[in-house]
Structure formats: structure tokens, C-alpha cells
Design a protein around this ligand. Sequence first.
Ligand SMILES: [Ca+2]
Ligand SMILES: [Ca+2]
Ligand SMILES: [Ca+2]
Ligand SMILES: [Ca+2]
Length: 884
Amino acid sequence: MHSSLRRVRRRLLRWPTPVLAALALALVPAGPGFPATGPDRQAAADTGEAAEVHGLKGEYYTHSAPGVFDFHELKATAYDPSLDFDNLEPRITARTGQADSVSVRWTGGITPEAGGAHTFHVSADNGFRLWVDGDVVIDHWVDDWDNEQTSQPVTLEAGRTYDLKVEYFENYGGSNFHLRWTPPGGGKEAVPQSAFSLPEGFDYNGPTEVAVQPDGRTLTLDFAQPLAAPPAAFDEHLQTVIGGAEWPRSAAALDPGDPSRLVVPLDEPVVGQGGSADVRYDGQGGLTGADGTDVGEFWTSGRNGSEYQLRTEWADEVDPDRPLPEYPRPQLTRKDWRSLNGTWQFAGAEEGERPPFDRRLDEKIVVPYPVESELSGVQRHEERMWYKRTFTVPRDWRVGKWGERLQLNFDAVDWKADVWLNGRKVASHKGGYDRFSADVTEALRPWGRQELVVGVYDPTDSADGENPPMGKQRLSPSGIWYTSSSGIWQSVWMEPVPRQHVEDLDITADVAGEQAVVEVRGVRDGLPVTATAYDGRRPVGTATGRTGEALTVPVPDPRLWSPDDPHLYDLKVKVGRGHSADRVRGYFGMRTVGVETVDGQRRMMLNGAPVFSMATLDQGFWPEGIHTAPTDEALKYDLDMHKEMGFNSVRKHIKVEPDRWFYHADRLGLLVWQDMPSMNTKTPSDSARVQFEHELKEMVEQHDSHPSVVMWVTFNEGWGQYDQARIADYAKELDPTRLVNNMSGHNCCGAVDGGNGDISDAHGYPSAQLPAPDGTRALVSGEYGGLGLGIPGHAWPVRHSYVGVDRAAYTEEYLIKLAEIERFAACNGSSGAVYTQITDVEGELNGLLTYDRKIVKPDVERIRAAHEALVEGAADGTLTCDAS
Ligand SMILES: [Ca+2]
Ligand SMILES: [Ca+2]
Ligand SMILES: [Ca+2]
Ligand SMILES: [Ca+2]
């Protein structure tokens, strides 16, 4: 989200004042006609002259033979507004009649705004060369792809027009072309349309500028000449494709306030997240100028200036004074607690800055939504920041009396947090996904307001950063990398605790022994402890003993936990005596998980029977909250939809959710594959490795009592990989009761399979792959599918518009891919599959649900029936290779 804001800000900085005024007007759509937005329209309005046409002449040729990259036969001459094409296939195909073996020559002028040394960059699929002012500055007539070339600096005078020539060939497969420059004092960017001019003698009377307006519901086409009102037939000859999707719209009409502008109302809003609008007219719709001259065919494109934000329905339910008010730690509850979520003071910070004890911070932020998110109210990235608020301690908590202490809990702060209470440092913590707590009793004032200050440092993937586990967060998101989440992103809260208090209840089901093994962590050894298990209100077993030793609580004739019957037992634990005793509650499920040989194949087992783990890839991103679900109901909704669609499992992909997510999975009955968040894809340094292993340990220890969690996935596709086998052994050592998957997608992208653990995991798109049997591990397809379907109004306008599936055929295509999974289960002993993915995420449009969760793409009944047949057939042995 912040990336588009940044873009707007840059533009504001560069433009002269009259344009700023025009832009400010443009941000507030007024009446039927929108004011002009570009510098040239401003100039045109001032002088009364026709606007200059910016763009280049493109000549499209076919090759004399495949592999001969020549300019053999000229097929079409066309106007192109700029050279920033993510996908040239539609243009190439339409203009030459073929998708491959094509060359294009673009000619015209280039006029820099600033004088001085300009550096040019070209990246394309496939070869290219570039001339400026008659000199070759880049020559890469090579059959490779996306191999960016950079020119020597070229000195250009401001405002002077130079000859520009660009040649390009497409051999076969995909095709794209990007001409970028680094102007003096500026950053690298696509050469803007405004810098180009048409060569002498090339006539073009189509739109000179195309834009999606800030409201996201209006597309404007500006012409250099006034137009006659378009006839009714015009619309049948006009195509509008935004972010790669044919956009639903109403009829184009002349702007009543500006006769050289066509206004196209869009039926669904375009989300303000990059992408471009393509408009194409075949010249046959009777569009003419006011003077009756025909407007010829055109195919041009322009920017998406929308500021419309995608939101889920839960965004409106967030109370900024009381966000996420539910109890944050369901497996270790105490009677008293208070949320510190809500509106805090906020400011960006510099390295080494003194904590703001004695000053008010200028901004406000809604905790616990990450600073980049819309719900935080800040909506920009900060690498360093201050948070500040005050609170009072409820008097009935009796903190300070009878040994009662006050504990502050931070459920997740990405990535390094320092905490001060009343000017005294009470905590320092590294790790973006785990809870940390501080006993702040000694720092409390005797009465009144307590001043809490939190300083955060979150480098994400910055070049000189420390490379923390970050999952999919990136400072420059694109493609499979998304907007970062920085700072506090899970609940902050406080509770009174006895001096000797439980920090963790480790509960392990011993199904064969008909008991639960309970270990109380955080208190000194030798204190009396009592633990009682309940089935509903009925006590089923009690154990007493001393801390420091495991208690075995009888659970006779246990009702087993499974996705079909996610039965939970409650647990009450009392540690210590009298006033100073700590009384907590938790819960557990009785189940076993393992890998065993069945009919000669290594299979994943649940409660002693083979199980087929049918999951989605679940990344847990939200359009308005990024890493933080807007509400608890929203957090639960994605899991509800798994059940609704017949999945029995979920792979939580390189992110660790709040405890409540696991609680929902425990109660709904889903088998969780929990990924460790990956570091950046580069090779990690020694210190990054130490921190990665520390955070892995924290993740396992915080979530190792949830019956839903069945598997730890330590690496994904080689990202940040090192010592794969040792790390898998370490995870197993931390938690011997669960499966370990050392490398999800060890067939992909340079990943190295550690060769150990319980699971062997291959990725394939769109068809699944399954690893060959190795005699020790169960086999799974850890990612597959990824069928793309963009739903206008509910998706980002992606620049890489891989939209693979027609909406009408979506369910059918899904089931075809699922049939391949069923065959792996029937014929190859597969134990599981992970469909990519449960929701669209930012520019990825391959979700079963849209990013705003408002549209469910498949026929839910049909896919549920298919998943259930697969899971049941694999469990009861009726799924056989002959039958499938
Ligand atoms: Ca190609
Ligand atoms: Ca091609
Ligand atoms: Ca972050
Ligand atoms: Ca634990």
C-alpha cells in the first residue's frame, strides 16, 4: 500500500507549483468532469493550443525465419505511448499475426526535464539495442531474457529533443520490454510518456493521455483535439483492459466540461495499486473530432491513478479504541487481564535517538496494526519508530501486595523491540513472530499514569539490515513478495501474576497410556502443583506433584481429536499455595501423528490410521491490515472456509499467526503445517543463522501444545537455506512429537534437500509433483495449482497479469488438478497436497477467495464433495489406483 503513496509523493516533489494545484484539485473528483491532471493539459489550457502528443512510432516486423532476428516484413505501424510493457504478446500478436519471431523498431524524440548525465537501462525478453542522438548506447542483440543492460552516462540538455531509436526482437515464449533511465539527481524509473515525442510525419489522433482517476471508477481518455459526441456504436469497438483484465464498464461519453476528453464510467472500482489501463479502438466505431475528421484506430495505455483501497467487510468493524479485544492466549488463561491495544502516540525515529520520555509524539497509530497498514492510520513504512501511551493499573489487582506482580505481554513486534516503563528499560527482544513478556513491577509508579514507550527497529530486507526471518515481506513488493509489516502487529496487554507464575504449559497427549503429560514451565522446581482435566464440566482425571517433574493426568478411554471430531479437553492447573498460588487454565487434544509403512509405502498417520492431508497454502495477509487480521472473526473466517470447502489441513506459509489462530484451528479441526518464516533468499550470515535458530525455537515452544499443529516446515524452496539436515534435526529435538519437513519444494529453485525429517516435499505448478519414494519419508506435494483468476473490483490491478482461468471454467479446472492429486494418493502413496492458495494476496490472483474475502471463486459444494471423497477414500482404503 505504501508503494503507491510513495509514488504519489515523488510526483508531488517533482512537479512545478501550477501542476501541484491541478493535482490537488484532481484528488477531489468534482462533478461530472474531472480537472486536467497532466502538465501538458495545464499548458494547453493556458495557451489554448492543442496538446502535444507524447509517444513513439512503432514498426512491427516478422522474421524471415525462426531464429533469424531480422526486420523482414513490415506488418504494422502503430503508436505506442511508452516502452514499459510487462507483456508484449497481445500487441505483437495483433500487429503481426504471430506471437513469436517478431522485431519492433520504435522511433521518435526524447526530451529530458533536467540537464546532465542520464543513464539508460533496458530489460527485455528477448534482445535489444538503443540509440540516443544517433549513437548506440546499448547493444544487446542477444537471445536471452530479462538481462538488464545499462548505458554509459549520456549528457543531455534540459528541454532539448534528441532522436531516439530502439530495436527489439522476440524469439519465442513470453515477451516484455522496459526502457528505464536514471536522470540527474533522480532514481531509476520507467522513462515517462511525457519525455517521448513522435517522429516527423507520423500522424496520430488517438488519446494522448489515459488515466484511471483517483476515485477508481472513472477512466479518462484525453485527445489533442475536441471531439464530437461518440455515436452509440463506438462502445462496441472500444476495449478497456485494466491490470490485464477486461474491465466491466458503461458507455464512454464526452466530458461536458472538456470536449477533448472521453469519460468511461467503470462498473467496478480499480484498486489503487499500480498496474496500467490499456485502451484499444479498432477505428470502426465512428468516433470523430468536432470538425468531423475520423479518429483512427488506436491502442494506448496510461497510468492507474486510483486511490481506492481494497477492504474486507471486517475493516468497518474495527474500533480504533478497542481493536482485537479477545483474550490473546487461550492455552494459558488467567482471570484478570487488560488489553493495551488502541490508539497510541507514534513517530518515526532515527538510529541512536533518545527515547521520547518527556515529549509528546506527533502522530497516532492504532495498535496492533502494522505501520504500513491502512488500519494503523499511518500507512507508510518506517524502519525505526517510537510508540508511546499511558495506562493505569487496576487497583483490585493488588500489584505489589502479597508478591503480586504486573506482567506486560507483547504478542509480536517485528523485529527488534525495546520497552521502557516510566523511563526504565524493562525489555529488549529480537524476533518478529513470538510473544515476549516483562515483569514491570519494579518500574511502576505508586499511583496514577504509567508511561510506556516502545522503540522498534525492523530492517526487513534492507541491504544493510540484519536479515531477520521475514517470510514474504519486502520493502519493494512485487510478484510473490508483498508489502512489509513493521512494528507492533499483535496484541499488547497486561495481567497480574504471582511472583512464582506459569510461563508455559506443555501438554503432550499420550493416547496409548490414556493420559496427558503436563509440564509446567517458568516456575522454580519443587512447588506443589495440581492439574485436572475436564471433558466439558466433568473432571476426567487429576494429578498432583511438584514443579520440575512431568505430571501425568489420566484421560481414560480418550475421545480422540481429529478434523472430523476436534474434541478438546479443558485443563485447570494450580501452582503454589494460598494467596501466592497461580491458577491458570488451558486445553488439549488427544491425538497421535507419525509416519509408518502401510502396504509398503511410507504414509502420514493420524491416530494410527493413514491420513491424506489436504491443505491450502495460507499466507495470512489482509488488504487493510497486512499481517494483522482486522478482527478475530476475520482471522477465523479463512479457517472456516477451509472446513466449508472440505479441506482437512492448512499450511501456514512462512508466517506465524497469533495464538488465537491456532486456537481456532484446534476447535475447527484442521491439521496445521507450520512453516518457519524464511530469511531473505540470500545466504545468511553467521549471526543471522543464530537468530534464525533462536526464533525457530521460540516458535516451536510457543505453539507445541496445539493439537492442530502436526508438522514443522523448517525451510521453503531454498530461501535462506543452510545446514538443512541439522536444522531439521534441531526442530525434531525441540519437538519429537511432531513431523518435520526439512524443505518444502526441495525440487525447486536451487533448494537443497537435507534428506532427513519425516516428509519429502515437491512443488509443481499448475500440476502437482510428488517426490520419488526414499523408503523413509512420507511423500507430499507441498504446493501446486495456483490457478489465476482476477475478479475486477476485488483484486489489485496486477502488472504481471497471469490470469490463467476463465471464471466459468474455474471449478472444472480446479477439479482437473485435484484429480491429479487423487491419482498420486491412489497410485503413489502420497500423504498430502497443498493447493496454492486460500486467498489472493496483493498482486497474486490465485486464491480460492479474493483478497477482500468477498468473492468465493469455486463452486463450494462441488469442491467440498471432491475433497471429502479424496480424504475419506485415502483413510478407508477405497481409493485404489485402478479406480482413479
Ligand atoms: Ca521470448
Ligand atoms: Ca511470444
Ligand atoms: Ca517486518
Ligand atoms: Ca510450549
